[in-house]
Design a protein around this ligand. Structure first.
Ligand SMILES: [Zn+2]
Length: 209
């Protein structure tokens, strides 16, 4: 069955890659940052750099904490509710790290689902976004992971995920397109199959056109 095949392919990496409840090896990050500073020709003794390796290690531990989190667990508690209209949480802010350059990309996630008798606490959705954002990521994969995760855990009639983000690896280097917003979307179930449902969603996110 296609559904279970996709789950077994993605579930482990979505659940977590690192030790559950663990965190990044900060001493090792500090050593690597010292090495990096030497490699670019910096002077480790310079006053402004004294705390930098430790500071970067703390920041990386936070930005990559999602590798040790299991977003499935956040969605494991659902409630029976006779509500079969669209649930949309708009403008969930997130910050992630592009895995190609280790530079931040940040923006907003819009998540919608059509329940089939079960709903999840609304506060859980931003936490799921954070668990997936706080990993080395690419926006396209994060969008699909969010959609697949919600389909698998909530068993709704459909899921829609739209991500809008600015990638600093685009704005500060290479093509230098400041302000370019990258939009990705993943539609599952009724959002993929039914144009009217998709139109209703887009009107709710962006306003009627
Ligand atoms: Zn990049």
């Amino acid at each position: 069955m296609a559904h279970s095949a996709s789950r077994s392919r993605t579930s482990d990496s979505i659940a977590r890659n690192g030790e559950p409840g663990g965190e990044a090896d900060r001493a090792r990050i500090e050593a690597a940052v010292r090495e990096l500073l030497l490699a670019i020709g910096e002077d480790l003794e310079r006053e402004g750099l004294q705390e930098t390796p430790a500071r970067v290690a703390r920041m990386y531990a936070e930005m990559f904490s999602g590798l040790h989190a299991d977003p499935r667990q956040l969605l494991s508690k659902t409630f029976t509710q006779k509500y079969d209209e669209m649930v949309l949480v708009r403008d969930i802010e997130f910050a992630s790290m592009c895995e190609h350059h280790l530079l931040p990309f940040m923006g907003k996630a819009h998540i919608a689902y059509l329940p089939a008798g079960r709903i999840v606490g609304l506060s859980k959705l931003p936490r799921v976004v954070e668990a997936l954002a706080h990993r080395p990521q690419v926006q396209e994969r994060m969008t699909e992971e969010l959609a697949d995760l919600l389909m698998e855990e909530l068993n709704p009639r459909g899921v829609a995920v739209v991500l809008e983000a600015v990638h600093t690896c685009m704005t500060i280097r290479g093509v230098r397109k400041p302000g370019g917003v990258c939009t990705t979307s993943a539609m599952r179930g009724i959002f993929r199959d039914n144009q009217a449902t998709r139109n209703e969603l887009m009107a709710l996110i962006y306003g009627p056109r």
